[in-house]
Design a protein around this ligand. Structure first.
Ligand code: ADP
Ligand code: MG
Length: 740
């Protein structure tokens, strides 16, 4: 775009200024105009210096004062300098504002300069200070050219909100404001196309592009600034949703194998053998999945449901439908232990239908049901892990290639190495946490001309707005009912710092429960013992086991350990022994977090529970009470009684509702942590959209995006939006592409 570039030249006349902006990543007019203030200072709220001590530490304040003195000294310990400006206001109060590495300020501020400073209050060595201060204006004395000073003086009349921009180096907030103001003055009204189509703007009462720019950089009221922010948030939400839906259209345009069944009869036989009816949501979601598998468009679905809601069964039935269509399925688990566990439970569910490899008919399965009904119902299930003996592994690999294995269970390594399939039709992913956008892209790329259907399972409920943001390219299914009826787990927080002896009471309960034939999970946050900040020894797995073994009341209990550093065979043996009921208490790290199914386990003890997140605690707790019987969960902690950690644990103890906990969790975290490394906003340049605050807006944008694409799939009528999407997501796409 040559025109705006020429314009940029006249906005930023001097090379020096251009370099300054370039160093902050601004190289064009629109970029400049879209670099929005971080916040606005409300001029209605000046704070008198002498009242500062009444504010809580960290409060944002604005002070209108004059400079009493300025001093700069070099820091001894580190490179750099500290400039201390003593400010006095007309009410007689004084306070120090401390700037780091702003030595040049000393030469521009002198005694008597009037300034507006926005800062946070802080006490330092018992004295009140202003930290991270932003010099909003300074009588034109700070400004370096005459054009700035006139505007600054006008703005110093404290009636309008003052935008505060993220400062970097010499590019102060004030300088930035000057550039933005010039850009607004010089850019013709029609220069930039509004990415939001006019009808949608009108429908949602959103400001137009140009007005919103004005309202961000030069708002007349705070209300105006906030209305403008809402518009940018919507713009981002719309761009994001259109982008996600477009990507979805792209991968729907790729063909999948239509898995309509009819070649073999394993699903029918399986359903006939099922000792219980499907729950209503298993039936509904199962039917939906069945239909999608039968189509030639690849399924991309997220299956959510609390621990014990029967997701594995839904996945199993989908894989049988694939097998009956002559296609293979992969089930991916996050760890080898879990892969082994899945392999065991799938085999157990299949009972007599399960075989290690298909017989001679494997190569002829295109011929339709044969004479032998039992053989038509057979399903070959295999486990493939990195730690398997090489020979066994190679056997599985060759069977997979020949098509004599229907279902293979393993870790993600299955996708990345040289595994080749006869006909891969379906991929099931257990736990979405470790399977983000990149992995989905990788999968699509590996598949070549026919993309496998994908079903991602998760026991961690994701609030809808977050789901739409991160998994906007997936459809959602939720299993809302628990086959065993509502869980009955009584959760108790055991506050050991206030009541150290309560650990003995816990041991008594364990002894009692073990005496009744129940099994116990004890989970620790770490394998090895360590020491915390306060010098307390945090037990490791072995210490915990030894300690429990030394308890007289637990004398007869069979106690075993399980953790990630054990050889695979030991891990498997420990799991198998616990599953078989020959271990009473299994002490482990979070390897049991997902997927382990031992109905007789009725007590969960979580040691140092404050070291776990809410979602993790909820998942761990879900390991017990699977058969609907009354169960117990102890959250042991040394957290202080009034601490945030204690409040978190209490919240977990107070409810068994996974969605309520997910909601609490997402609201109590900082925005940046919410979606972790999968967060779209973290890598793209989304500035305004917040999955916490804009839930409604995101939903609206989703349906608007659907409507828009239905009318105009190539976005021909809305070039402004198309351009914006390209700008916002270019990098993200490249990254995903590279990851694939
Ligand atoms: P999830 O994977 O969602 O945690 P699972 O699929 O492991 O749950 O199922 C939990 C338990 O409930 C398993 O023992 C399973 O056999 C059983 N189950 C699944 N569906 C039903 C059902 N419709 N009725 C009764 N039990 C069921
Ligand atoms: Mg499961």
């Amino acid at each position: 775009m040559s025109e705006p570039d020429a314009l940029f030249g006249s906005i930023v006349g001097r090379t020096q200024d251009r370099k300054l902006l370039e160093s902050a990543g601004v190289t064009g007019t629109e970029e400049l105009l879209r670099r929005f203030p971080r916040r606005w200072v409300d001029p209605g709220r000046f704070t008198e210096i002498r009242t500062l001590s009444e504010y809580e530490e960290g409060t944002d304040v604005i002070i209108h004062a004059s400079v009493l003195s300025v001093g700069t000294r070099r820091m001894q310990s580190r490179k750099g300098s500290i400039t201390t400006v003593v400010l006095a206001d007309e009410h007689g109060g004084t306070v120090e504002a401390v700037f780091f590495n702003r030595a040049w300020m000393g030469s521009r501020l002198e005694q008597g300069t009037r300034v507006l400073v926005s800062a946070k209050t802080k006490s330092y060595r018992g004295r009140l200070q202003l930290t991270s201060p932003v010099l909003l204006t300074g009588d034109g004395q700070i400004a370096t050219d005459p054009a700035d000073s006139a505007e600054d003086l006008a703005e110093l009349a404290p009636t309008r909100p003052i935008p505060v921009y993220p400062a970097s180096g010499k590019l102060t907030s004030q300088r930035f404001r000057t550039f933005a103001g010039r850009a607004l003055d010089l850019a013709p009204a029609e220069l930039f196309e509004d990415p939001i189509p006019a009808d949608l703007r009108a429908a949602h009462g959103l400001m137009g592009f140009r007005d919103a720019l004005e309202a961000m950089h030069r708002p007349r009221t705070m209300g105006q600034a906030h209305a403008a922010s809402r518009r940018w948030a919507y713009e981002e939400a719309l761009a994001l949703q259109v982008h996600l839906l477009q990507r979805r259209q792209e991968h729907e345009a790729v063909h999948a194998l239509a898995l309509a069944g009819g070649i073999r009869t394993s699903l029918e036989a399986f359903d006939a053998r099922l000792p219980f009816p499907l729950t209503p949501s298993q039936r509904e979601e199962g039917a939906r999945i069945g239909e999608e598998l039968a189509g030639a468009r690849p399924m991309n679905r997220l299956l959510q449901g609390d621990v014990g809601s029967g997701k594995t069964l839904v996945a199993m039935r989908a894989m049988l439908q694939a097998a009956d269509s002559g296609a293979q399925s992969v089930m991916l688990a996050p760890t080898e232990v879990l892969a082994a566990q899945h392999h065991r439970s799938l085999t157990a569910m299949l009972g007599e239908q399960a075989v290690p490899v298909r017989g001679r008919r494997s190569l002829f399965y295109g011929e339709g049901p044969g004479e032998d009904a039992a053989e038509d119902a057979e399903v070959a299930v295999a486990l493939l892990t990195g730690s398997m003996p090489k020979k066994a592994r190679q056997q599985v690999l060759s069977d997979l290639l020949l098509g004599s294995i229907d279902i293979v269970v393993g870790t993600h390594a299955l996708l990345s190495d040289t595994t080749m399939f006869h006909e891969l039709g379906l991929v099931i992913v257990d736990e979405q946490h470790r399977f983000g956008v990149e992995q989905r892209a990788a999968l699509r790329q590996k598949a070549g001309d026919r993309t496998p259907h994908t079903l991602v399972m998760t026991a961690t409920p994701i609030p809808r707005s977050a789901a739409l943001t991160v998994f906007g390219d997936l459809d959602f299914s939720t299993l809302t009912d628990l086959p065993a009826g509502p869980k009955r787990i009584a959760t108790h927080v055991v506050p050991l710092s206030a009541h150290p002896t309560w650990i003995e009471r816990v041991c008594e309960v364990l002894a009692e429960r073990v005496g009744q034939g129940q099994q116990v999970f004890a989970v620790l946050p770490r394998i090895e013992a360590s020491t915390d900040d306060s010098g307390r020894t945090l037990p490791g797995v072995e210490e915990c086991a030894d300690w429990l073994r030394s308890r007289p009341e637990l004398g007869g209990a069979r106690i075993e350990v399980l953790h990630g550093q054990q050889p695979t065979a030991d891990k498997e043996a420990a799991m198998a022994a616990f599953a078989a009921g020959s271990t009473d208490i299994l002490i482990s790290t979070t390897v049991v977090e997902v997927g382990i199914d031992v109905p007789n386990a009725r007590v969960m003890v979580i040691v140092d529970a404050d070291r776990f997140g809410i979602a993790q605690l909820h998942q761990l707790r879900g390991r017990v009470g699977r058969s609907g019987e009354e169960s117990l969960c102890f959250l042991l902690t040394h957290a202080e009684p009034d601490s945030e950690a204690m409040a978190r644990l209490q919240t977990v103890a107070d409810t068994l509702d996974g969605f309520a906990l997910a909601d609490f969790d997402i609201r109590s975290r900082r925005e940046g942590d919410v979606l972790g490394r999968q967060q779209w906003g973290g890598r793209s340049s989304l500035q305004h959209l917040s999955v916490l605050r804009h839930e409604e807006l995101i939903r609206t944008a989703r349906s608007d995006a659907q409507g828009l694409l239905a009318r105009d799939p190539a976005l021909r009528e809305v070039p402004g939006l198309a351009r914006r999407i390209a700008e916002l997501f270019r990098d993200t796409d490249e990254e995903i592409f590279e990851a694939g």
